[in-house]
Ligand binder design. Structure first.
Ligand SMILES: Cc1ncc(C[n+]2csc(CCOP(=O)(O)OP(=O)(O)O)c2C)c(N)n1
Ligand SMILES: [Mg+2]
Length: 691
């Protein structure tokens, strides 16, 4: 007699897996668009992670110690909608309250990809409860998961105490060939390997298919070897339908210490479809009514049933993840109660973090910079502010992509520490020269409720742009710090001189972009940004010293909080011409204002560090700063002129960039491109017909 392999797979396991498959097929078919093949192939994987392994309480998708699940191949979103539905995961609102109803209903799945459905095309954080991060731009999900893993390590180090493992959760991320080909994922994997993030497990859907066909047309490296070289623990599961083996691999990953785990899972896209399995067609189009029927027949499913959840399936999830999640949540709540009694201050910190609040006294000791014509660089002022904030806010952590000494982001006070595998409590993060991964990692940290900032040169904001966009889409309070904001690093030349970057960031909905004009505006910019709970911010800082304005003579820098404010005014508040400037050009405008005054011309200087904030002020306030009747206006900014028409109007002028910069000392560049008071006064007079 052949010995029968021991198996614990039950009919209910298979029924549940086929429910995920058929819901996915039906939803895509009904929507006439979507991606059925990968949900069909990965249903056993996602079933195993959720129902057998993950610690997650469907009644409280915000429980802080839940395991995190990231679907980086976001096009396979039906996997997530199916499993959120079948586990009856509850909906919560932006105030973190449980709404008492399901996050994803069967009706949402019937309305997959339709307006207002909680089953949209890709996983949307903040739109569907239970989604841990927005995915769709391939590679971003897995890269974000590295930030989540760093955050877990940091939280565990700060808050866990002997006998109190308050944070011991794990992060699971599912990726496909696409994510594996994306550079951002490679950077993130390299960083995760360096940091030895053993709380992180990626499962690679090795189906060898992407949109254009078989991957061998473009992708032939040995992924397992690559990850071994990164320092990962690599496992292989050769049959995506073998849930015992999958569970075994996930358990091995859990027990592994000192490195993250990659599980390479060989799968068949469109599994079970007689004509579409293993083809690129299964990736991104409905199977077709007839093929759906044939596939259901292959699964032993009623051929004409649609959106069927057979008896026993909900209960099976209830018995699995439901019970396991509720039990561990209950135990944790008891543990946290005892922890609160013993460590009330730490418990209070955790409460505040969960609600994205700031601790009392978070802005104490912020510097006030005295008037100084020589001044101080934006990046210098920023460094001083960061060092104060990081001491006031325990969970404010961050770093740079190898430019700490240039960005001035290093936390230098005693005890700040450097985050490494053997020092997970360090507050200085070192991303290495990996801006793409830094952006996504910052988002993963912000999702995990620590408050992160990350820095590089402004020109390289391009490398972070996908993550900046996702931060805005997800409504995360990530802080992106950029120095060397214009032509301040003159001799480095046009490759290092941003031109179009401000315009393009200002175009991202919900993102706050700030370019402060002197050291005190830098302080106020941070004061504003730190109080944001659901918006990311970009801070654009100068490399070179900027004069620190005399705030006894000019308006207080607190005006930054309104986006734009009258810094210097004409007598009686009755200007003939308005000079609008940001960043290093604010002091140029102030100089021009003084020169015009000496010639009897009444001008107003508006410092406008943030378009975005200004746009959200009342119409009355905006009119008080930029009165419609004053049509002689000059905007001055060392960046693309694109967009400034909205503030200078048809009769105004913009002193900005319409070409790339050049390699030369800053003074010469300022002269060449016209960022000098004399040019401003000349244009102002021209507008007033006084030349
Ligand atoms: C950055 C990015 N580039 C391109 C796409 C478009 N796209 C969506 S899925 C896909 C193919 C993904 O292949 P794979 O990850 O192997 O997924 P599978 O077909 O195996 O599910 C592409 C190119 C995208 N979503 N994101
Ligand atoms: Mg693939």
């Amino acid at each position: 007699m052949t010995p029968v392999a021991e198996t614990t797979t039950t009919d209910l396991d298979q029924l549940s897996i086929n429910t995920i498959r058929t819901l996915s097929m039906d939803a895509v078919q009904q929507a006439k668009s979507g991606h059925p093949g990968t949900p069909m192939a990965l249903a056993p994987l996602v079933y195993t992670i959720w129902n057998r392994v993950m610690r997650f309480d469907p009644h409280d998708p915000l429980w802080p110690n839940r395991d995190r699940f990231v679907l980086s191949n976001g096009h396979a979103s039906m996997l997530l909608w199916s499993v959120l539905h079948l586990t009856r995961t509850q909906a919560v609102n932006a105030e973190y309250e449980n709404l008492g109803h399901a996050s994803v209903t069967l009706d949402d799945i019937r309305r997959f990809r339709q307006l207002d459905s909680k089953a949209p095309g890709h996983p949307e954080y903040h739109w569907v409860s239970g989604v841990e991060t927005t995915t769709g731009p391939l590679g971003q999900g897995v890269a974000t998961s590295v930030g989540m893993a760093i955050a877990q390590k940091w939280l565990a180090h700060r808050f866990n105490r002997p006998g109190f493992p308050i944070f011991d959760y794990r992060i699971y991320a599912v990726t496909g060939d696409g994510c594996m080909m994306e550079g951002v994922a490679s950077e993130a994997a390299s960083l995760a390997g360096h940091l030895g993030l053993d709380n992180l497990c990626w499962i690679y859907d090795n189906n060898r298919i992407t949109i254009e066909g078989r991957t061998n047309i473009a992708f032939s490296e040995d992924v397992a070897m690559r990850f071994m070289a990164y320092g990962w623990h690599v496992l292989r599961v050769s049959d995506a339908n073998d849930i015992e083996f999958i569970e075994h691999a996930l358990n091995k990953a859990r027990k592994n210490t000192g490195s993250p785990t990659l599980i390479v899972l060989d799968s068949h896209i469109g599994y079970g479809s007689p004509h579409k399995q293993d083809t690129a067609e299964a990736h991104g189009e409905p199977l077709g009514e007839e093929e759906c029927r044939l596939t259901k027949r292959a699964y032993g499913w009623p051929e004409d049933a649609k959106f069927l959840v057979p008896d026993g399936v909900y209960e099976h999830f209830e018995d699995g993840i439901g019970r396991r999640g509720a039990d561990s949540h209950r135990e944790w709540t008891q543990l946290f109660g005892a922890y609160r009694a013993q460590y009330p201050e730490l418990a209070a910190e955790i409460d505040q973090m969960q609600r994205r609040e700031l601790p009392a006294g978070w802005d104490r000791n912020l510097p006030v910079f005295p008037a100084d014509p020589k001044g101080i660089a934006g990046r210098e002022a920023s460094g001083k502010v960061l060092n104060v904030l990081a001491q006031n806010i325990p969970w404010f952590i961050g770093g740079s992509a190898d430019l700490g000494p240039s960005n001035k982001t290093l936390l230098t006070y005693e005890g700040a520490g450097h985050f490494q595998a053997n020092n997970p409590g360090g507050k200085n993060l070192h991303f290495g020269i990996r801006e793409h991964a830094m952006g996504a990692t910052l988002n993963g940290l912000a999702i995990s409720k620590v408050r992160p900032y990350g820095a590089t040169f402004f020109i390289f904001s391009d490398y972070e742009r996908p993550a900046i966009r996702l931060a805005a889409l997800m409504e995360l309070p990530t802080i992106f710090v950029f120095t060397h904001d214009a032509m301040g690093d003159g001799e480095d030349g046009p490759t290092h001189q941003p031109v179009e970057h401000l315009a393009s960031l200002r175009a991202i909905p919900g993102l706050v972009t700030l370019r402060p004009g002197d050291a005190n505006e830098v302080v106020e910019a941070y004061r504003y940004i730190l109080q944001l709970r659901h918006q990311p911010a970009v801070l654009v800082l100068s490399r070179q010293p900027l004069p620190t304005l005399d705030r006894a003579k000019y308006a207080p820098a607190a005006g930054v909080a309104r986006g734009a404010y009258v810094l210097a005014d004409a007598p009686g508040g009755d200007p003939q011409v308005i000079l609008i400037a940001t960043g290093s050009e604010v002091s140029v405008a102030v100089d021009a204002h003084e020169k015009l005054a000496a010639e009897g011309i009444r001008s107003r200087v508006v410092s406008m560090p943030s378009w975005d904030i200004f746009e959200h002020q009342t119409e009355e306030y905006r009119e008080s700063v930029l009165p419609a009747k004053v049509t002689a206006r000059v905007a001055i900014e060392q960046a693309s002129t694109f967009g400034w028409e909205r503030y200078v109007g048809a009769k105004g002028r913009v002193i900005g960039m319409t070409t790339f910069g050049a390699s030369a000392p800053l003074k010469e560049l300022q002269r060449k491109f016209g960022f000098e008071p004399a040019r401003v006064t000349a244009i102002a007079k021209e507008l007033l017909g006084r030349d």
